[in-house]
Design a protein around this ligand. Sequence first.
Ligand code: GCV
Length: 698
Amino acid sequence: MSVPVAGRAAPGAGASTWHAAWLPPAAFRALGARNVLVHGDGPLVDTVLDEVTQACARHGGRVWHSPPWDVDADLVLASRAAGPIANAAAEAARLGATPAVDGTGDGSLGDEGFLLARVDGVTVVLADAPAGLLYGLFHVVRLGAAAFDDDRPARRHQPALARRILDHWDNVAVHPVSGQVERGYSGGSVFWRDGAARGEPDRIRDYGRLLAACGVNAVTVNNVNVHDTEARLLTDRLDEVAGIADVLRPYGIRVHLSVTFAAPVVLGGLPTADPLDDRVRAWWAEATRRVYRRIPDFGGYLVKADSEGRPGPFAYGRDHADGANLLAGALAPHDGVVRWRAFVYDHRQDWRDRSTDRARAAHDHFAPLDGRFRDNVIVQVKFGPVDFQPREPVSPVLAAMPATRLAVELQVTQEYTGQQRHVCHLGPAWSEVLRFAPWGAAGDSIADVITRGGLVAVSNVGDDPFWTGHPLAQANLYAFGRLAWDPRLDPGAILDEWIGLTWLPVTMGDPELVRRTLHAIMDDSWRTYERYTAPLGVGFMVRPGHHYGPDVDGYEYTPWGTYHFADRDGVGVDRTRATGTGFTGQYPQPWSEVYESLRRCPDDLLLFFHHVPYGHVLHSGRTVIQHIYDTHFAGVEEVAAMRERWRLLAGAFEPAAHQRVAERLDEQLRCAVEWRDQVNTYFFRKSGVPDAHGRRIH
Ligand code: GCV
């Protein structure tokens, strides 16, 4: 039987009510059954030791941390700073592995890297810093028995990106519109409840542990929309943030805070928040000094300014560089960073005005500021130019600011991708973004562009027993962490890791069937979702406000700037330089030309860039209207097949997990049918073109 084990996952006693996700005790079986020697000291090494001790207690192995080391170790986890090990075989293994570090790169494993080697029957993890040892430990867990294969070649592992951050859109106080967690689909917040810190360190610790095991090293604990209560986390409620930081620290996770640009006014009583005003500068410097006094490893601030009604520098005639540099100045003495979001656009647009284009906004605002940001400013850019749609081109801002540290922001919480009621495995979508080469195949990829800034995502976690509402949505969180560690990883292989860790064979049955079934359901689920929702990259068509389910014209005549312009003749947004908004001109070559050209533009983005007649023939050979019909019928059939596949696993899992997914698949199918029927009917009525296959359209 394959079982996603429920219960407390972290070392320590007691069962509790949340799911172990990708760290069930059984995932430690291979490691825990062995003799393990841990060499080194410090808080993170203590975490490693705790983990190993628990695993060995459970699975019959033994652990050594200090002499006398009368052990034939199977696994040595050693900090290089701790020097020689007073155990001949372990020391020989340590020395045997060392040339693989010294012989490559700069001879250092960095702050978070590790080496994994197999030397004379001993598996060795070496690290130069304690965090590396922790990541090495979790890598051994991930590999399972394979970590002890004699033919395993020595390999250095270092994260491609130093900043791997999850932003929580959690409110401290329940907000009348956005609730406890804005765009949260997994219950309440793990940090806050009804205006106060929840004070449940076990759960936060388990969360930190899951994050460390997939590579995440920072968390922002409150929503970018900073309301009155949350603003005070910076000052008189700082202790609550410090409490979270204390719990996450043993897993190498630093805490960040979303702050309001108006803080000097709303918290400090100043008459202005003007970034060039000396009193404002002094206020931020002092507030920040107090933060670091309380949380010495505090990560930094996150700011949403002049966006969707949030305060910002525009009120004082200043620009985003002025605003960001103000906070950067306060953070610089403490090595903190400010992440300043590029999600800036006019949300009070006139839909009649075809010249205004929301997609252009971030580039229009930020590209001219390249070179003006201080070193500790990271401009955080949503992956696409609009807003986390299932399909968007990569934001041109990412190719326009070579002198600025840039981070990409993804959305793990599935606001526009099924709200954790639909299976929508996003690893493949993110991988496409990270591999995109804005200057053509020979140039840098997005993963290269963000080396100095990092990868960030909006978390999908809440206090739901499965963490993520939909149990299969855990895979998105896991995939985010792994891609942030190494953007070149294959998303299918990442999914395979998650399946292997989470859905463990226990006593009987066919784990391969489980694995195959989960792949069959999840691998292509993002494309399935795309097929039954808005076609060909045009985006939105969701119900306004909550953004769930179809409403083709829901945003068409609103101020939000998210239009499709369908009429009786055609559909799509003309963003060309020749006849449209000129957005294609924000890309460098070759994409500027590729997107401009109706002939060369990829099918899956056609309606993002072009307004075309329904009879326009795609590269696929189908007309646009027939593509719309076909994909919407196909998408529903694919969801029906997912549901059938899942049904066949009944009895193979803990019933609660099976039932939760089964219920959500029922809802996904209902909703996909709704999407299909509304979208097909809408376009049939607009165009008058019948389906070539005569299927039922209403
Ligand atoms: C946190 C979209 C979402 C908002 C979100 C905003 C943002 O507009 O619908 O809920 O606000 O993006 O990213 O700031």
